[in-house]
Write a protein that binds this ligand. Structure first.
Ligand code: ZN
Length: 244
């Protein structure tokens, strides 16, 4: 082998770990219903409690650290950081709560973030005020905003109502700061980002990618998320979280 080729190969091998460390790819997962599918609505918005538990056990057994956004500054400090999020505030997220409590041990402290639609709190299949309070008080869940009525924000006129009102309403229920917004339908544009910045520190999309710090403008308001679906097998789940 030519000397220059050898040198180039050594250089590449040395560079790879540096690249990997500098470009940590963090999965932010999104779930909706944690329940059996009973034939209503989109099946892929459901993950059965059994599958959810297996997925969380996988994270526990492979040394992942489940974070909420108040620990954002820890993403470079902990083993395998990952964010578990739930959209729409369905009552069956209590199944996730139960599973987290069951799997919790000395070394594994499961946490997650639920994005609730503040006007929908307490409706028939949604979490109630009391549920939210219990979940927050357990230290397991962070409750954040998914707006007041779940509109397409790019078509919205009354941002104060959708963004500020929902934030204030949820804060009143939980007694904890609300500073993360999940855009309904993953719908946003520059105007939406500007309005979000007035009231929130983070904005979550549904762009299916890993998060990696790129230092680009507004990156904390463009956080990507990866869907876990009814059809996601445990092997696929492992591939998703390990690919990060
Ligand atoms: Zn939603």
């Amino acid at each position: 082998m030519k000397k220059t080729t050898m040198f180039f190969l050594c250089f590449l091998i040395l560079m790879i770990p540096i690249q990997v460390m500098a470009q940590r790819h963090i999965p932010i997962l999104v779930y909706h219903f944690i329940d059996e599918y009973k034939g209503l609505g989109s099946k892929d918005l459901y993950v059965t409690p059994e599958n959810f538990e297996k997925q969380m056990m996988y994270l526990r057994d492979h040394d992942f650290t489940l974070l909420t956004f108040d620990r954002w500054q820890d993403i470079d400090k902990v083993s395998k950081p990952i964010f578990i999020t739930f959209d729409d505030g369905y009552q069956d997220n209590l199944n996730a709560f139960e599973i987290f409590q069951k799997l919790k041990n000395e070394d594994f402290k499961p946490t997650g973030t639920i994005f609730v639609i503040s006007d929908f709190i307490g409706r028939s299949n949604r979490l109630s005020k009391l549920d939210l309070k219990r979940m927050v008080d357990s230290g397991i869940f962070s409750i954040q905003s998914h707006t007041t009525t779940h509109p397409y924000l790019t078509k919205e006129k009354n941002y104060e109502y959708e963004l500020k009102e929902s934030r204030d309403h949820i804060q009143k229920i939980t007694g904890k700061p609300v500073y993360v917004l999940a855009y309904p339908y993953g719908d946003f544009n520059n105007k939406v980002l500007e309005e979000t910045k007035k009231y929130y520190s983070f904005g979550l999309t549904t762009t299916p990618e890993y998060f990696s710090k790129k230092g680009i403008k507004d990156e904390l308001y463009l956080l990507p998320r990866i869907y876990i679906k009814y059809s996601t097998t445990l092997d696929e789940f492992a591939e998703i979280v390990d690919g990060g």
